[in-house]
Design a protein around this ligand. Structure first.
Ligand code: NAI
Length: 347
């Protein structure tokens, strides 16, 4: 049986990093059928749609996507494809684990933070208009339904994974109604999970507290914009944006994509770090129940980092994106040979 997966290579560094991840996934021996589609400006040129109908139909069919970053024009142009896909498929939970990879020197070793970001509303509602010339309104939507749903996701994750503490991150001192509602929903859900310590921190203070001492936090739940900003901040704890994966999860679909964007400054140079998308592939494999394959990739990835010979530039090496992927595959293949030899000698 082959897993049918919708692949969105994206643009900028997207095609380079997703190609690396796809090669590594295929090296596991698991069969995949990739349904590959462009999105954003490239798709518009071909299909006159930013999200082609064929792409939407593919996700409806496969229910699983692996996605590279897609550029969103700044201050004009089309609305974010990323936000649109998350809304269209009700991928309400954005799950971002922030963990060190071994042997990358960082200011903080052994960071283990989970960021749970609400993915469908807040200032990402896209409702903006010019009231009169020179005055613009952007609407922040917060609903009890989405806030309760994301709080429950965070608490359920914490319960299943034996995590001890959840902080709701907010700005309810200023946005008393919207963030106030978000907090009330989190408090209500927290009552159902007495074994998990619940706390609340204001978002600006959280940034300072994180930089001073990230170990004081465990799982953080927050609305969309704060989640976007705080996860980039936390990526820096573990070596940068090239390393942090994320999963967009809904009731019936999941799309896995790195936290980073299309990195136009390094696009097309074969220098981007594909680790974030490779780690997304691990989340995808676990979502599919393919834990052995996920573990094999994880061990190979860790070994490549341990030997430090083929690292990309962002983490102090000189290797290119494809060279990095080659070395992960080499380790996977040599470990498979060692395992097979061991099996034969046991037999
Ligand atoms: P970015 O994440 O693309 O880049 C920020 C910095 O991190 C750059 O210096 C870049 O070179 C570096 N970087 C990012 N990924 C890297 C990797 N894998 N390896 C090595 N270095 C890496 O953020 P930026 O510049 O704010 O956004 C660029 C575009 O990407 C924008 O159009 C934005 O809207 C879009 N974007 C798309 C996302 C998605 O599709 N999920 C997420 C975030 C941004």
């Amino acid at each position: 049986m082959a897993y049918k997966i919708t692949l969105i290579p994206g643009d900028g560094i997207g095609p380079e990093v997703t190609r690396a991840a796809v090669r590594i996934l295929e090296a596991t021996g698991i069969k995949f059928e990739w349904e590959s589609f462009q999105a954003g400006a490239e798709a518009f040129e071909k299909y006159h749609e930013y999200i082609p109908k064929e792409l939407t139909e593919s996700i409806e069919r496969t229910r699983v996507g692996l996605k590279g970053p897609v550029t969103t024009p700044i201050g004009g142009g089309f609305a974010s494809i990323n936000v649109a896909l998350r809304k269209q498929f009700e991928l309400y939970a954005n799950f971002r684990p922030i963990r060190n990879l071994p042997h990358i020197p960082t200011r903080y070793p052994d960071v283990d933070l989970i960021i749970v970001r609400e993915n469908t509303e807040s200032l990402y509602s896209g409702i903006e208009h010019e009231v009169v010339p020179g005055v613009v309104e952007s609407i922040k939507i917060i609903t009890a339904k989405a806030s309760t749903r994301i709080a429950r996701f965070a608490f359920e994750y914490a319960r299943k994974n034996k995590r001890k503490k959840i902080h709701a991150i907010h700005k309810a001192n200023i946005m008393k109604l919207s963030d106030g509602l978000f907090l009330r929903c989190c408090r209500d859900v927290a009552k159902e999970y007495p074994e998990i310590t619940y706390g609340e921190h204001i978002v600006d203070n959280t940034c300072m507290q994180l930089v001073m001492n990230p170990y004081q936090y465990d799982t953080l739940v927050m609305e969309n914009l704060y989640g976007d900003i705080i996860s980039d901040l936390c990526a820096a704890f573990v070596g940068g944006l090239g390393l942090v994966p994320s999963a967009n999860l809904g009731e019936s679909c999941a799309i896995f994509e790195a936290v980073h964007g299309s990195a136009p400054d390094i696009a097309g140079k074969d220098t981007a770090n594909p680790t974030a998308v490779i780690r997304c592939s691990l989340l995808m494999l676990r979502h599919l129940g393919e834990h052995d394959a996920a573990n094999r990739i994880r061990h190979a990835l860790e070994k490549v980092y341990r030997t430090r010979e083929k690292l990309t530039r962002d983490v102090g090496g000189k290797a290119g994106t494809s060279e990095f992927a080659d070395s992960v595959i080499e380790v996977m293949e040599s470990s498979a040979t060692v395992e097979t030899t061991a099996e034969i000698s046991r037999a």
